[in-house]
Ligand binder design. Structure first.
Ligand SMILES: [Zn+2]
Length: 413
């Protein structure tokens, strides 16, 4: 157990926060620090074809140890951490034999990780839990995934009696700012399918995510002295307000779950003459997704008709842009790749938790780039904040799942 803890801690203590305001890849130079370390480590455990490109994408190979054809599979994680919360000076705490009570993360600042609020903690009673010191995130998202993949490869190298085909490993920068897949060379990776080790609690297995679009609606108005404005002024902020009030009120993130889609107003800024509304559109179902995008345009059109005469042109311009799509469409035709992961978990006594992701993953982008890529648990909880934690036993189980998937893929039918 100490081995996996040491490896994990050696990764999370390297700051790799990504930056959405940067145009470079990786978005922050400090991501190279861990990238170089990972390259050395992949070589040290005996991986072959270890490469790192000019954008810090890392790939490596574990060659097949059987003399028959086995599909090439891959395992992928990201080494950046979210810019939503600081990832500098991480001081992990290790709680051995967790007693099911409150965990004091920081005495001075009275920051407590409590099972009365984070109920999931209770399922890890008796286990070893790694937490933060309450001042940073932990970075289990996704250094737990990196730890698990490297540990699983090391295990396979040390246990040649376990038969497997060729396995490819891929580590990416900048996943947290939505660019992890952008410069991923799918052809060079050369796998038939892959798994991102980037889910949360033990058992998670995901192959459905949102279809996603972003919309920017610009409203125009006319400013006139308020004392003489009757019949003349057009206040763009009030038109924007009308627009928002016509969106379905129950279909917002805070009132939806499971497969329910939503509209989410993420920003509004305005003056009398011009107001812009930013919103995001999410739906697992592609038909409903298209309908939602049409609704945005339809409401804008209605407002345009209403104000056409008075304004002398369009008062509302809606720009809708697709962001990513549900990977289900790409995974369903090759459902055996989900079945193998599910079977691997069941073989290990893990109950698979298969549910739609209410977001996107790098796997969804990769699936559309030709690499079908479901997502498997990495074990952590409460990502992107100071309450993030990971049970070591969950990481160990993830290692076993990777090994078992490798083994099942090479099984002779
Ligand atoms: Zn992640």
């Amino acid at each position: 157990m100490q081995h996996i803890i040491d490896r994990f801690i050696s990764y999370v203590t390297v700051d790799t926060e990504s930056d959405p305001n940067s145009d470079t890849t990786p978005s922050t130079a400090k991501q190279w620090d861990l990238a170089h370390k990972l390259v050395e480590e992949l070589k040290a455990i005996g991986m072959e074809d270890v490469t790192i490109d000019e954008h810090a994408y890392i790939m490596a190979t574990l060659p097949s140890n059987v003399d028959y054809e086995v599909p090439v599979i891959g395992f992928i994680s990201h080494f950046d951490t979210t810019p939503d919360f600081t990832g500098a000076n991480i001081k992990p705490q290790i709680i051995k034999d967790y007693d099911g009570g409150d965990i004091v993360l920081n005495k001075e600042q009275d920051i407590i990780l409590s099972p009365s609020y984070f109920k999931d903690l209770l399922q890890y009673k008796g286990q070893t839990i790694i937490t933060t010191d309450g001042t940073t995130l932990l970075g289990a998202d996704d250094k737990a995934g990196i730890t698990e993949i490297i540990t699983a490869m090391e295990y396979l190298i040390q246990h040649p009696e376990i038969k497997h085909g060729k396995i490819r490993v891929g580590f990416t920068p900048d996943e947290e700012i939505g660019r992890g897949a952008h410069k991923f060379d799918v052809a060079k990776f050369g796998a038939e399918w892959a798994y991102t080790m980037d889910g949360s609690q033990i058992g998670e297995l995901e192959y459905e995510n949102f279809n996603a679009a972003g919309a920017k609606i610009t409203f125009k108005g006319k400013s006139v002295h308020p004392g003489y404005a009757r019949g003349k002024m057009i206040n763009s902020m009030l038109i924007a307000n009308k627009f928002i009030s016509r969106l379905p009120k129950e279909e917002v993130p805070e009132k939806t779950t499971g497969y329910e889609g939503f509209f989410h107003v993420t920003g509004i800024s305005g003056s009398i003459e011009e107001t812009t509304v930013q919103l995001i559109i999410r739906d697992h179902d592609s038909k409903k997704f298209e309908k939602r995008k049409k609704l945005v345009k339809k409401i804008a059109d209605e407002l345009n008709r209403k104000y056409q005469k008075q304004y002398g042109g369009d008062v509302a311009v809606a720009e809708v842009k697709d962001q990513y799509f549900n990977m289900r469409e790409k995974v369903e035709p090759v459902m055996h790749i989900v079945d193998i992961a599910e079977r691997a978990m069941r073989d290990l006594g893990i109950t698979p938790i298969i549910k739609p992701i209410r977001g996107g993953t790098d796997g969804s982008q990769l699936s559309y780039m030709g690499l079908p890529c479901p997502n498997i648990f990495a074990g952590g909880h409460n990502f992107h904040g100071k309450y993030e934690y990971v049970p070591v036993e969950s990481m160990q189980k993830a290692v076993e799942v990777i090994v078992r998937i490798a083994e099942l893929t090479a099984e002779k039918k």
